[in-house]
Design a binder for this molecule. Structure first.
Ligand code: ADP
Length: 239
């Protein structure tokens, strides 16, 4: 427990620092992007110059995406508190990737618990959690494979399990998974913010994230989210 607390504390500190830097960077970045886009509209621009400016715009948009993820990671409390059906969140997130699965030779299997209690949570943020896990799973299976998404309900918790048959990871990688900017991917493939965002959102919902993996043996992420005994929407009298 001591270890977990220290880890959580360190994450929170890094998060605050990262959010501060992200805010500071936002302003100069907006200028770069704004002026580059203005230049793009300049009809007198030679073709060579136009290509260079396009690169500035693309790189700025990429940087803005990183900043957005950082701010999301640093935010420790959910914006909305439900009601959310996690099965619907999963189906919504998976729908974003359907064409991708086919293209990448990934077989998708869903085993969703038919009796899903509503959670007090932020549907948008929980969608982000699923998207980040699915993106990682897809990237871990470059030669195709099987993605299994399951939900279960027990002990007052909704449990979501995302399992892939991909490359898996060493213990060393597993120990650093939730640290911001930790990535084993190429520059344009990963920012190292996917799992810190997952951790931040799940923790803000009072839940936990666990990983089980071994090199060559695939990876399983397990997310546990507590069900509130009397959520606010059941408290209110019918009108
Ligand atoms: P990113 O995906 O941008 O690298 P993440 O925080 O999402 O950042 O993941 C950090 C690292 O964890 C990845 O670079 C990868 O090495 C490892 N990882 C995450 N998910 C998986 C997975 N499903 N299979 C194998 N490795 C994974």
């Amino acid at each position: 427990l001591q270890n977990q607390l220290m880890h959580a504390d360190r994450l929170a500190t890094i998060g605050q620092l990262a959010a501060g830097v992200a805010h500071e960077l936002n302003e100069p970045l907006s200028s770069i992007l704004g002026f580059a886009q203005l230049l793009q509209r300049n009809a007198a621009l030679p073709d060579g110059g136009r290509k260079d400016i396009e690169k500035i715009v693309t790189a700025s948009l990429h940087a803005r995406e990183i900043i957005k993820k950082l701010l999301l990671f640093a935010r420790q409390t959910p914006t909305f508190r439900g009601p959310v059906n996690l099965n619907q969140v999963i189906v919504g997130a998976i729908d974003l990737f359907r064409h991708h699965f086919e293209k990448e030779g990934i077989e998708l299997a869903c085993a969703l618990c038919p009796e899903m209690p509503l959670l007090a949570g932020d549907a948008g943020q929980l969608t982000q959690v699923l998207v980040n896990l699915v993106v990682n799973a897809v990237q871990a299976m470059p030669d195709g494979g099987r993605l299994l998404v399951r939900t279960e309900v027990h002990d007052g918790h909704v449990i979501c399990i995302v399992e892939d048959t991909g490359m898996g990871m060493t213990e060393e990688v597993q120990n650093r998974l939730f640290l911001p900017f930790f990535t084993t991917k190429e520059v344009n493939q990963g920012t190292g913010l996917g799992l810190p965002v997952v951790h931040g959102i799940v923790t803000a919902h009072g839940g936990t994230v666990e990983v089980a993996s071994a090199p060559g043996a695939g990876t399983t992420f397990t997310i546990r989210l507590p069900i509130e005994p009397t959520p606010y929407w059941e408290d209110r009298p019918e009108s």
